[in-house]
Design a protein around this ligand. Structure first.
Ligand code: SF4
Length: 740
């Protein structure tokens, strides 16, 4: 072990004896922090080596690295952490903790993942609820990271999972293994101290309300993290657009030339922590952005990745690989340069006496506003795909926009060349942004990438310009998969009809270790899937009315218990109609009837968890909600969750598949619906002791030939076909039989 120059300076400035916790990169100690506890990696700065022996002797089970440094700054390693790298033995240790148990399938998964990491292979693992999949990848991730001194990134889709990893799984693992972990946020989540100090010192360049200056000042003095979430959690009601003016971003960053770069920059402090971590928790957005943005410095280098909640990766990748720009972004960026309202000037140029340039910015803004309004009238609220047939119709709009931006760029360039480096920095970053916008609009004129969908959408008073890859598999393969030595995809639902073919096709993986873990839950004994074969067809005009009366029968079957029902719809229209028809009858039966959209989802769920709830829900409630116990005893699937190809991108995808001779229904819509149905049903059994019933009211599952793909994918459950008149008795019989 050796000391970095920073640490040497710090030690020279203090008088021994002193105990420090320390951070190290390989064998260099790069940071120290004074402590009273001999825990973790510690450094003793002392005149007497005997002190070091005493500390080691009395704390040997809590100390990792233990380093003694004498007055001449010579370093002696007194103890090294003892590493357990055997997966089985680690899980044995974990099983001693309250709430943890030894699970064969979890250990098996962990060994498969470690094998994938060690042999630079990819792996796809389905792990049903109850397998304990997060520890099944965290344990091999830590073992691998420590063994090879590498970083492993864990990518998640939801905040719930991030919280579980950070608050439950990582702390328990940290208590038996010596490693470092950190959570990564996107760069724009951090306050740029330089910009904030500039705004505070220059006063009214941006013309905030006066209390915003005080709030910003207070935040700057008190925050440790500089995080946007912390700012807005303390200061509710502040206009979110303010953050744009103070956020950290790579274009406007002065990097090493910034006076705060070394120790006081929030972003670089967080980055340093990531650099020192073995395990980094990130989300799909960040990982996918990192994969396409060169030099963005979002995440440190890594070559091993675990993608949890991977069933959504196609949707996530479609969003993140979509290049989007709105007319609001463009106008707002010009405002950052200069605007003048009621005689008050604001923006970066307001500090300069440049009337010609200021007038140009105002004129260009006005002209662009007019062009965007014309475009909005043409597009309305539709999603318009630009294709060979209609692109000429929009050509003039784009040419007009590009002409204005070219003109503005030229004027700005001349102005920036006269500025000194400090003054130029922020204005130049806006210039680079405008240059990027211009390039983006030019691609709508050139329109030359057949692999992309160019589309527009009007929303409120804004036009959204988008370029989306038709196929995300190529993007995922070239940006992500091929750049990593090993990538592990996992989720509770990845197989369709018993195999991973659909998932592999979607993400562009040909060769991977595949494993489906056995559930820890006894689904056959503890749950029942009722398939109602005599319901009207879902497109029948009386279908929803029939659904409403069946929902009342289900409620009657639960009698005077605390059991709750989650009814999952595929559209708000059907949800509203069924709710209107049935909620009075349900309330009379003593249910607390709740409807998605009436309250925010968090509040809705907390009321539902109180018991005897009847929740009408759609969209986000198909996945990610976790209600254990009898408060969620019945899940009703009103309609099989086929996505209608209504979005511009989906329509193009369907057309392209047809042209290629594929069947978009069987090869795309059906497997997607199966995965979604499995997610929906997965809400029911969340714990070993849970018991419950699932009811599918869409008779196509038994009457159509493709229905067997759904049923084969649910073969771990006991299935029974029943008529709608039998629902009440069959459900009531199920619950009375399990309580005997
Ligand atoms: S280093 Fe960059 S992000 Fe950090 S305070 Fe300075 S300019 Fe802002």
């Amino acid at each position: 072990m050796q000391l970095s120059d920073d640490v040497r300076e710090k030690l020279k400035d203090c008088s021994p004896p002193k105990l420090f916790r320390f951070e190290h990169i390989d064998s260099t100690i790069v940071d120290i922090e004074e402590t009273d506890e001999a825990k973790g990696d510690v450094l003793l700065f002392s005149l007497d080596k005997k002190d070091a022996f005493d500390i080691v002797a009395s704390n040997f089970d809590t100390i990792g690295w233990f380093v003694y440094v004498d007055k001449d700054l010579n370093v002696y390693v007194m103890g090294e952490p003892e590493e357990d790298t055997d997966v089985t033995s680690i899980f044995n240790k974990l099983s001693k903790f309250k709430g943890f148990e030894y699970r064969q399938e979890q250990v098996k998964m962990a060994k498969i993942i470690l094998d994938a990491f060690e042999n630079s292979k990819n792996a796809i693992l389905e792990a049903p609820t109850g397998t304990g999949k997060s520890l099944a990848y965290l344990v091999p991730a830590v073992v691998f990271a420590k063994r090879h001194n590498k970083r492993v990134v864990i990518s998640t889709n939801t905040k719930n999972l991030q919280q579980q990893l950070l608050k439950k799984d990582l702390p328990v693992l940290e208590s038996i293994l010596n490693f470092k972990s950190a959570i990564a946020f996107g760069r724009n989540n951090y306050l740029c101290r330089r910009k904030a100090e500039n705004i505070l010192s220059k006063g009214d360049v941006f013309l905030f309300e006066s209390d915003v200056y005080a709030i910003l000042k207070e935040f700057l003095l008190s925050t440790e993290t500089g995080l946007k979430s912390e700012f807005f959690s303390k200061e509710k009601g502040i206009d979110e657009s303010i953050w744009k003016l103070v956020e950290s971003d790579s274009l406007s960053c002065a990097h090493r030339k910034c006076p705060y770069y070394k120790n006081q920059c929030f972003f670089y402090r967080a980055r340093k922590k990531l650099d020192l971590s073995h395990i980094i928790i990130a989300n799909h957005h960040l990982v996918l952005s990192h994969s396409i943005m060169e030099n963005a410095e979002i995440l440190p280098e890594f070559d091993v990745l675990v993608v949890d909640e991977a069933h959504n990766i196609e949707r996530n990748a479609t969003n993140y690989y979509t290049d989007t720009l709105t007319s609001f972004d463009v106008l707002n960026t010009l405002d950052m340069l200069y605007s003048s309202k009621k005689g008050k000037e604001r923006g970066l140029l307001s500090a300069f006496d440049e009337m010609v340039l200021k007038d140009k910015i105002l004129n260009v803004r006005e002209e662009l506003k007019g062009i965007f309004e014309g475009l909005l009238n043409r597009v309305g609220s539709d999603e318009v795909v630009l294709d060979r047939k209609n692109s000429s119709e929009f050509l003039d709009f784009f040419k007009d926009v590009v002409e204005r931006l070219d003109d503005l760029q030229l004027a700005l360039k001349g102005f920036i060349s006269q500025l000194d480096e400090d003054d130029a920095l922020d204005i130049k970053s806006v210039y680079v942004k405008i240059e990027g916008f211009n390039k983006f609009f030019k691609s709508f004129i050139e329109f030359d990438d057949d692999g992309q969908v160019y589309w527009l959408k009007g929303f409120k008073k804004t036009v959204h310009f988008n370029i989306t890859p038709i196929n995300v598999r190529e993007a995922l393969r070239s940006y992500l998969i091929e750049n990593l030595s090993s990538i592990v995809f996992t989720s509770a639902t990845l197989t369709v009809n018993g195999d991973f073919e659909f998932f592999k096709r979607t993400v562009g993986i040909d060769d991977a270790i595949e494993y489906v873990a056995e559930s820890n839950f006894d689904y056959k004994k503890n749950s029942k899937l009722f398939l109602v074969y005599d319901m009207l067809k879902p497109d029948d005009k009386d279908f929803v009315a029939e659904v409403s009366s069946v929902l009342v029968s289900i409620a009657q079957a639960l009698g005077n218990t605390n059991r709750g029902v989650l009814a999952l719809f595929t559209s708000y229209k059907a949800l509203d109609f069924a709710y209107d028809l049935s909620h009075k009858a349900l309330e009379e039966l003593g249910f607390n009837v709740l409807k998605q959209g009436e309250l925010d989802n968090f509040e809705l769920l907390s009321r539902f968890k109180k018991g005897k709830g009847f929740l009408f829900a759609t969209s986000s409630f198909w996945e990610g909600i976790d209600v254990k116990g009898e408060e969620l005893s019945v899940v009703v699937i009103v309609k099989l969750p086929f996505e209608v190809p209504t979005t511009a991108v989906e329509r193009v995808r369907y057309d392209v598949m047809k042209k290629e001779g594929a069947n978009p229904f069987l090869e795309y819509a059906l497997p997607k619906a199966v995965l979604r149905l499995r997610q929906g049903l997965g809400r029911l059994i969340r714990h070993k002791s849970d018991r419950g019933v699932m009811v599918i009211l869409d008779s196509r599952i038994v009457n159509k030939s493709y229905g067997k793909v759904f049923l084969n994918s649910l073969d771990y459950m006991s299935q029974e076909r029943i008529s709608k008149d039998e629902i009440k008795d069959r459900i009531s019989h199920f619950f009375s039989s399990i309580s005997r």
